[in-house]
Design a protein around this ligand. Structure first.
Ligand code: ZN
Length: 266
């Protein structure tokens, strides 16, 4: 089974349609790591596509904020993001609101993919925490047992590789064995599929990057394809008509800063 993994679409329909076209025929299932809406101009259209195509979708912080439920305060968002959340609330159809409200908040183990965990932000803080550094990743590896955890939320593609090893420390007359673990940060490359070698001593956190609002100084849409038979991961970048999304955002009077940032990928 090959799984198309999308995250942080953020109501950017032009980016989503480009990615779906690019990946067409190369996947058997689609998982979405959350934040289908927020920031962008086409929330209903993007939710409709996920309702139709995604076999799994988890709740992102923007999806939750749009629902206007207890547990999230829209004042915690920056002013432009808050504006977009409030605008999205007004746009959402009732059936799309119900779909978002039904998305799982906690990390999910897809039934057809043993050893894999899927969440929006991090295993220990499923909606809020940004895994940006090996130190934060190391703490999160203690919060799950699966071989691979897929996360989004940072909008930055990354692979964090956890490695456990035994270390012998001198203790008086003898040596004591200590279990140690380190985490390496691996840059995502889109040249070709990489093998996902995992074992009880080597596990991974993988972030595919963002479809609709990349923040790694590369404006192209980001996504990935997981091949569960070969156990490979292919990271991909694809240019999309940014100006189309930007003109839709201007028509919706969404904040200029949100419009401009798409050109630069931050
Ligand atoms: Zn996001």
């Amino acid at each position: 089974m090959r799984v198309l993994i999308l995250s942080d679409i953020h109501a950017n329909l032009a980016a989503l349609e480009t990615v779906l076209g690019d990946a067409d025929g190369q996947y058997d299932a689609l998982w979405c790591l959350g934040d289908v809406v927020g920031y962008g101009p086409k929330p209903n259209e993007c939710i409709a596509l996920m309702r139709e195509r995604a076999s799994l979708c988890v709740m992102g912080n923007h999806d939750w904020a749009v629902l206007n439920k207890p547990g999230i305060n829209v004042d915690d968002f920056n002013p432009q993001a808050r504006h977009a959340v409030l605008w999205t609330r007004e746009q959402l159809s009732e059936e799309n609101r119900i779909y978002l409200a039904g998305l799982p908040f906690m990390p999910v183990q897809p039934p057809d993919a043993p050893g894999i965990l899927v969440t929006h932000a991090s295993p220990r803080e499923p909606v809020w925490e940004y895994i940006l550094t090996p130190t934060i990743a190391l703490e999160n590896f203690q919060a799950f047992d699966d071989a691979i955890c897929f996360v989004g939320h940072t909008h930055k593609p990354a692979i964090f590789r956890w490695h456990r090893f035994a270390s012998f420390v001198e203790g008086g007359d003898s040596y004591e064995m200590h279990e140690m673990a380190t985490v390496d940060y691996l840059q995502q490359r889109s040249e070709g599929p990489v093998e996902l070698a995992t074992s009880p001593d080597q596990r991974l956190i993988i972030n595919p990057g963002s479809v609709g609002q990349p923040r790694d100084n590369d404006a192209r849409a980001a996504y990935g394809i997981l091949d569960l038979n070969r156990m490979t991961w292919q990271h991909l970048r694809i240019p999309y008509p940014i100006e189309l999304t930007q003109s839709q955002m201007r028509a919706a009077r969404l904040p200029k800063r949100l419009v401009d940032r798409l050109s630069f990928g931050w």
